[in-house]
Design a protein around this ligand. Structure first.
Ligand code: ADP
Ligand code: MG
Length: 240
């Protein structure tokens, strides 16, 4: 992302944002409520609720600033929502089967996918009967977030953006989400984790921590910066 300015309606949200993520890296974005973290995630996927006034988003050397969301997703960018939608009438299984087919362009075999899901769901400590339930309908907060991680594992994107996937989860669920990220992560793909919680970083090899305040990255550091924020808050960065 280069010099990105984004607004929703008349409100300016991102004000000159620069961020580069290389293959193999894990980046963390932290920042106070309303700083523009979710907007950053939505802007990469070019959500049409947001308008880009200036700047560029490029992926693997290609300008994707104005591509449609589904085109961007097909290039291998995945986003886990801060508040996952409930979709009545679409089962978890059918949703994943359809999405995987659209991502790979290949027919998805019923039993192969069932087996794949079974393996992931065991690791994520998810009840396997859930694959026949309607997507996210009456799922608890934690179950919705785990279901997002399940999607990430099945779709195996090149870049995964996780918007507060750990928010509102108990410590065991955070550990499970973190385990899911470790299962997914390799030297070729990358993760952007938006979080308030240094806990999720514990078992991950984090390359960079960025502090986003008022639509700009005001500081970049490593894991220590996340620990500092957890102890001291954003106060001193808000003043700058
Ligand atoms: P964060 O995720 O860091 O808490 P957001 O990116 O969700 O912050 O929001 C940043 C600011 O932009 C907030 O003040 C929010 O109210 C506003 N905003 C976000 N999305 C919209 C939208 N679609 N329409 C109007 N205002 C929005
Ligand atoms: Mg947000």
């Amino acid at each position: 992302m280069k010099d990105l300015y984004v607004r929703a309606e008349s409100q300016e949200i991102l004000k000159g944002l620069n961020l580069t993520i290389n293959p193999g890296e894990i980046h963390i974005v932290m920042g106070p409520n309303g700083a523009g973290k979710s907007t950053l995630a939505h802007s990469i996927l070019n959500n049409s609720s947001y308008q880009k006034d200036n700047g560029e988003v490029a992926f693997e050397g290609e300008d994707i600033t104005n591509l449609k969301t589904d085109e961007i997703a097909r290039k291998g960018i995945f986003m886990s929502f801060q508040a996952p939608e409930e979709i009545p009438g679409v089962s978890v299984f059918n949703f994943l089967k359809y999405a995987k087919n659209k991502m790979t362009g290949e027919a998805v075999r019923f039993f192969a996918l069932k087996n794949e899901l079974k393996g992931y769901m065991e690791q994520l400590d998810m009840n396997q009967t859930y694959i026949d339930r309607d997507l996210n309908v009456d799922f608890s907060g934690g179950e919705k977030k785990k279901n997002e991680i399940l999607q990430m594992l099945v779709l195996n994107p090149k870049l995964a953006i996780l918007d507060e996937t750990d928010s509102g989860l108990d410590v065991d669920a955070i550990r499970t989400v973190s385990k899911g990220i470790q299962m997914y992560k390799n030297e070729e793909n990358a993760v952007l984790i938006i979080t308030h919680n240094a806990k999720i970083l514990e078992n991950l090899k984090v390359d960079y921590v960025h502090i986003l305040v008022d639509g700009k990255i005001v500081k970049t550091g490593t894991r220590d910066l996340a620990n500092e924020i957890e102890k001291e808050g954003y106060g001193k960065y808000k003043l700058e």
